[in-house]
Design a protein around this ligand. Structure first.
Ligand SMILES: CC(C)(COP(=O)(O)OP(=O)(O)OC[C@H]1O[C@@H](n2cnc3c(N)ncnc32)[C@H](O)[C@@H]1OP(=O)(O)O)[C@@H](O)C(=O)NCCC(=O)NCCS
Length: 246
C-alpha cells in the first residue's frame, strides 16, 4: 500500500485516560504542561493510530491502539511502530482548531489550515512574488483567505516531505495550484531550487483547507473512513478554557 490514504479525527472523539497510548507516548503527553500542546499531541496520535488501524485491519480498541506507537525522528518527523516493528509506510500528521488529519503513503507530507484572514505582512514575508500575485488576484474575503492559506499549507506539507519544517525559508519552495475537480481535489506542484519537484493535492473541507505533498506522483488520496466529517466540522479551541500549565 503506497497510494496515499487519509482520515480526520476531531478532538471531541478523544477518549479520557491513556490506555490507548504506548508508555512512551503517555510519558510525553504527561510532560506537556500546556493543555493546548497536550491536547494537540494526543489528537495527532489519535488520528495516526486510527489510520494505521484502518490500513492494517487492526482493532481500534484502546489496548490495540496502544500497540501502535508514533514516535518522532530527531528532526521531528513521525514514524510508526506496530507491536514494536516498523509499519513500512510513511505517515504525516497535522492538526488545527480541534481537528487532526493523518495521511499515510510514500514520502508524504500533509498540513491542515483554517481558512482565516492572513495579514498583508504575512503574505509579503512568507510567500514568493508569484504566490503573492496568485493571492492578490482573488476577490478580498473568503476567496483570498482561502488562497493564502492554501499556498501556506502546501509549503508546510512540502517542508514536511523535505523533513526540514519551518527551519527552511518558506519562499525557497514555490507552490502552484490547479482548480479542484468534481471530487473536490485540486492538484498542486512545489518547486525548490535544489530539490526534487513535488506534486500533491489539496481540497477545501468546510472551514479548513487540507494539502498533501509527495515526491511520488500518483493518485489522489483515498479516504480511509467515511469522508465528509471535516467538511462539516466546527473549528474548536477547547484549550482556551484552560490555557495555562496545570
Ligand atoms: C513541521 C512543522 C512545520 C509543523 O507545523 P505545525 O503547523 O506547527 O504543526 P502540524 O500540526 O501541522 O504538524 C505537527 C507534526 O508535524 C510533524 N513534523 C514535525 N517536524 C517534522 C519534520 N521535520 N518533518 C516532517 N514532519 C515533521 C510531526 O508529526 C508533528 O506532530 P507530532 O510532533 O505530534 O508527531 C513545524 O513544527 C516545524 O517547522 N518544525 C521544525 C522545527 C522544529 O522546531 N522542530 C521540532 C522537532 S525537534
Amino acid at each position: 500500500m503506497t497510494d496515499p490514504r487519509w482520515l480526520a479525527r476531531g478532538e471531541a472523539t478523544l477518549p479520557d485516560g491513556t490506555r490507548w497510548l504506548a508508555p512512551a507516548e503517555a510519558a510525553r503527553a504527561a510532560a506537556l504542561a500546556y493543555p493546548k500542546r497536550r491536547t494537540e499531541y494526543l489528537l495527532r496520535r489519535w488520528a495516526v493510530k486510527h489510520a494505521v488501524a484502518a490500513i492494517t485491519g487492526r482493532s481500534a480498541e484502546p489496548a490495540s491502539l496502544a500497540g501502535v506507537e508514533v514516535p518522532n525522528t530527531p528532526d521531528g518527523a513521525p514514524y510508526v511502530l506496530v507491536d514494536g516493528a516498523p509499519l513500512g509506510i510513511d505517515v504525516s500528521v497535522t492538526d488545527r482548531a480541534g481537528w487532526a488529519v493523518c495521511v499515510a503513503g510514500r514520502r508524504v507530507g500533509c498540513d491542515l489550515e483554517l481558512v482565516e484572514p492572513r495579514s498583508p505582512a504575512f503574505v509579503r514575508d512568507f510567500l514568493t512574488a508569484a504566490e503573492q500575485r496568485f493571492v492578490a488576484a482573488r476577490p478580498a474575503g473568503d476567496d483570498r483567505d482561502a488562497a493564502a492559506n492554501l499556498i501556506w499549507s502546501a509549503k508546510e506539507s512540502a517542508l514536511k516531505v523535505l523533513r526540514t519544517g519551518l527551519r527552511r525559508d518558506t519562499r525557497s519552495v514555490a507552490v502552484s495550484v490547479g482548480s479542484p475537480g468534481e471530487d473536490g481535489w485540486g492538484t498542486l506542484s512545489v518547486r525548490g531550487a535544489e530539490d526534487t519537484p513535488m506534486t500533491g493535492w489539496w481540497r477545501r473541507e468546510g472551514a479548513f483547507v487540507l494539502t498533501v505533498a509527495t515526491t511520488e506522483p500518483g493518485p489522489r488520496p483515498v479516504p480511509l473512513d467515511r469522508p465528509g466529517s471535516l467538511a462539516t466540522a466546527t473549528p474548536r479551541h477547547s484549550w482556551l478554557a484552560r490555557p495555562s500549565p496545570r
